[in-house]
Design a binder for this molecule. Sequence first.
Ligand SMILES: NC(=O)c1ccc[n+]([C@@H]2O[C@H](COP(=O)([O-])OP(=O)(O)OC[C@H]3O[C@@H](n4cnc5c(N)ncnc54)[C@H](OP(=O)(O)O)[C@@H]3O)[C@@H](O)[C@H]2O)c1
Length: 116
Amino acid sequence: MVKIGILGGTGPAGSGLAARLCAGGQKVYVGSRDPLKAETTVRGLVERWGARMAHIESASNADVAETAEIVVLGTTARATVATASPPRRVRSPRPSRRPPPGRWWRRPSITSRPPP
Ligand SMILES: NC(=O)c1ccc[n+]([C@@H]2O[C@H](COP(=O)([O-])OP(=O)(O)OC[C@H]3O[C@@H](n4cnc5c(N)ncnc54)[C@H](OP(=O)(O)O)[C@@H]3O)[C@@H](O)[C@H]2O)c1
């Protein structure tokens, strides 16, 4: 049994493919940006197709992409690139080059130096 994930599998195309692949004996993960929407889609397929949907699950797109061996994009064409791209990291601010304030890093003033 191959694990097949469908990102954005909540539309007519993705859910139809999911149902056919699952009925054909594959393990299918229906993904969505909203895991609750994926769950609702899967529940609908199980209610409609019964025991033939024995190996279908729902999850977020990110979790589906992690779990599946084969990933299919079921989104609209415009959304494919963004959906297939890794999530953008939030950049942390650059650490300051200035040392933290405190006595230890202050240069001694000329007047506090001992005479040569
Ligand atoms: N429907 C058909 O009969 C049919 C036939 C042949 C080919 N196709 C092709 O198959 C593809 C999907 O068709 P469809 O009718 O199933 O499309 P759809 O219902 O309009 O969209 C499918 C899924 O794409 C996700 N999506 C939409 N906008 C998105 C965005 N901006 N970012 C990320 N995800 C987004 C949504 O999933 P979530 O909201 O759950 O994330 C949505 O449920 C299209 O390219 C279409 O041309 C469709």
